[in-house]
Design a binder for this molecule. Structure first.
Ligand code: URA
Length: 223
């Protein structure tokens, strides 16, 4: 659907028409609640836009809201969020001084027969990522952070393009073109694993240590 509610062919997924030009954060958030730029909104509770400090020096970009985030309307309020907050703290980044968002603003999930009524996370595809990108671009323009942290492969692809590989590019200061259209400027990005990888790992401690070590690179870029 486009902004006037007209059905669109499947290949034109795009949040762009829903993003108000020159809007402040509150207006963006309000507009995002009505986004119909791709079909992911259909079975969700709500748009999960962002949380945190609009003056933050660090923006954290996750993949998409999970089950709990979809219910509560806020990013990273479930188990992965708890891992993330602890790791940030340990890396020397005050979690209360960050702005937290996702590459995709609706929860993508499926039902699998053996899991009953549980909504099982499904990774968003490149079309959904690129459809949702105008929201992320608008947020980054407004917040204008010193460092952007990409949490996992999907966030990395949203920021750095489809060839991004988290295993190869994590833990280093990377650059990407500025989001405010200024060709001279570049954004400073640090990529790391998604915090949910810690929860799934056999060796949780080692994987957690890797996350903290990558986040320290972001902390150092601030000083
Ligand atoms: N995982 C994400 O990538 N984002 C959230 O908000 C929650 C879990």
């Amino acid at each position: 659907m486009n902004a006037t509610g007209t059905p669109e062919p499947e290949d034109s997924y795009d949040a762009g028409p829903f993003v108000p030009a020159g809007a402040d954060l509150a207006t963006l958030r309000e507009a995002a609640a009505g986004c119909r730029g791709c079909p992911l909104h259909r079975n969700t509770t709500q748009t999960v836009f962002s949380s945190g400090d609009a003056d933050a020096r660090v923006v954290l970009v996750g993949e998409q809201p999970g089950d709990q985030e979809d219910r509560k309307g806020l990013p990273f309020v479930g188990p992965a969020g708890r891992v993330l907050m602890q790791a940030l703290d340990e890396a020397g980044i005050d979690p209360t001084e960050t702005y937290v968002t996702n590459a995709v603003k609706h929860f993508k999930f499926e039902y699998v027969p053996e899991r009953g009524k549980r909504r099982i996370h499904k990774t968003p595809n490149l079309r959904e990522l690129s459809a949702c990108k105008p929201w992320l671009t608008a947020e980054l323009r407004l917040i204008d952070p010193e460092v952007i942290v990409a949490l996992g492969a999907t966030a990395g692809k949203a920021l750095l393009g489809p060839s991004f590989r988290v295993t190869k590019q994590r833990g280093a200061l990377l650059t990407c073109p500025s989001f405010d259209g200024d060709e001279e400027r570049e954004e400073c990005v640090v990529a790391t694993i998604h915090p949910s990888a810690v929860l799934r790992a056999d060796d949780r401690e080692a994987v957690y240590r890797g996350l903290v070590s990558d986040l320290r690179v972001a902390a150092q870029a601030l000083s």
